[in-house]
Design a protein around this ligand. Structure first.
Ligand code: 5GP
Ligand code: MN
Length: 346
């Protein structure tokens, strides 16, 4: 049995929408990751089984390692099909906002979703949800939105309508948002849910291979280059890796190639915090990714120094400026957070 994470009144209200309405639009955050795509497609398969008209719309492209996912070819990319997407968003009966907490996280789609007369629901696990939905289901303690999709469908009484394809998508999101069940993954109910997904016929080992073992040779060489330039701040238990525009060109970088790099420095003994700075190819901007082990609050640092936010152990943000400027900001942040970084978790 699963704990009832989502409040009954919200389940009942959304279940009525599912019964009564036909046109569902599912939207997820910019630069969609495995959980954004997994939770969106998990819901999409469900609506299809029920015979509803459903569309997944995301602001921009998603990485190649997610393109095997059933239904991924039907995902509408907003920055390519804007007019069509705007019409779907405007004419929808229901918009499901998954895996994001503020309209800012869907970039250019924000105004379209905000002004649509559709009923809106949020299903998410990021802190501080913005109040723009009629039903806000926000549970930061849950490690993935995909897990929440499973919980929502089951609580509405639709377990039997979760088909294998939906289960594959849900599993993918649960797996990617926990680094293959290596962080945020001590809740035993996660494994109960996996067991239920296995009962739908998913091959979890094959999913792992499809997500993590289908990269290009140049991606691995890029990893080698990045790691050879890594800086370890031994006196702060921290490490920094960077990716410049020049390196992106040299190694034929494509979207998704640096996925997971930020976690690698955490494999060094005593390194409890890792920062990855990536130069943007279009804007004069540095994308920041932060990861930590234990109780160190990445989200606090992301908010304070990098105009961002996120989860305790995985956060991000951005800085306008050069790579050198970003390094200076990081070093200032490390100076401030050094006492916390040196504090041992019990
Ligand atoms: P990643 O490092 O994988 O890009 O992001 C990790 C987590 O940090 C995301 O799941 C999201 O919660 C948060 N995050 C990443 N970038 C941003 C950002 O620019 N702003 C905010 N508020 N959160 C971000
Ligand atoms: Mn997520």
């Amino acid at each position: 049995m699963l704990t009832k994470v989502i409040e009954q009144a919200k389940i009942d209200r959304f279940a009525k929408w599912v019964e009564r309405f036909d046109r569902f639009v599912i939207v997820a955050h910019v630069s969609p990751d495995g959980d954004a795509i997994g939770s969106s497609l998990g819901l999409w398969h469900f609506f299809n089984v029920l015979g509803r008209r459903a569309h997944v719309i995301v602001p921009n492209a998603f990485p190649n390692f997610l393109k095997w996912m059933p239904g991924s070819k039907d995902i509408l990319i907003y920055d390519r099909y804007r007019d069509f997407a705007d019409r779907l968003i405007f004419e929808a009966d229901v918009i499901c906002c998954v895996d994001f907490n503020t309209l800012h996280r869907i970039d250019e789609m924000g105004p379209a979703v905000a002004s649509s007369p559709a009923r809106k629901m949020m299903l998410d696990h990021h802190l501080y949800p913005e109040d723009f939905c009629h039903i806000t289901m926000s549970y930061p303690k849950v490690s993935s939105t995909s897990e929440l999709v499973f919980r929502l469908l089951c609580r509405m009484g639709y377990f039997d309508d979760i088909v294998k394809e939906a289960a594959e998508c849900i599993y993918t999101g649960m797996m990617t948002d926990t680094g293959g069940f290596t962080y945020n993954s001590n809740d035993r109910e996660i494994y109960f849910i996996i067991s239920e997904l296995l009962s739908k016929g998913i091959d979890k080992d094959a999913i792992y291979r499809k997500v993590y073992n289908t990269y290009s040779e140049s991606r691995l060489r890029l990893m080698g280059s990045i790691l050879s330039n890594m800086v370890v701040y031994a006196d702060s238990n921290a490490a920094l890796i960077t990716l410049t525009k020049a390196e992106q060109e040299q190694f034929h970088y494509v979207k998704g190639d640096s996925e997971g790099f930020v976690n690698i420095p955490l494999s060094i003994k005593n390194v409890r915090f890792s920062c990855f700075l990536r130069e943007d190819t279009e804007k004069p901007m540095i994308k920041v990714s932060l990861r930590s082990e234990g109780k160190f609050p990445c989200n606090q640092m992301a908010e304070e120094f990098f105009h961002g936010g996120g989860h305790l152990n995985a956060s991000g943000g951005e800085l306008f400026g050069t790579m050198d400027e970003a390094k200076v900001v990081l070093e200032r942040a490390l100076e401030k957070y050094k006492p916390l970084l040196l504090e041992a978790d019990e």
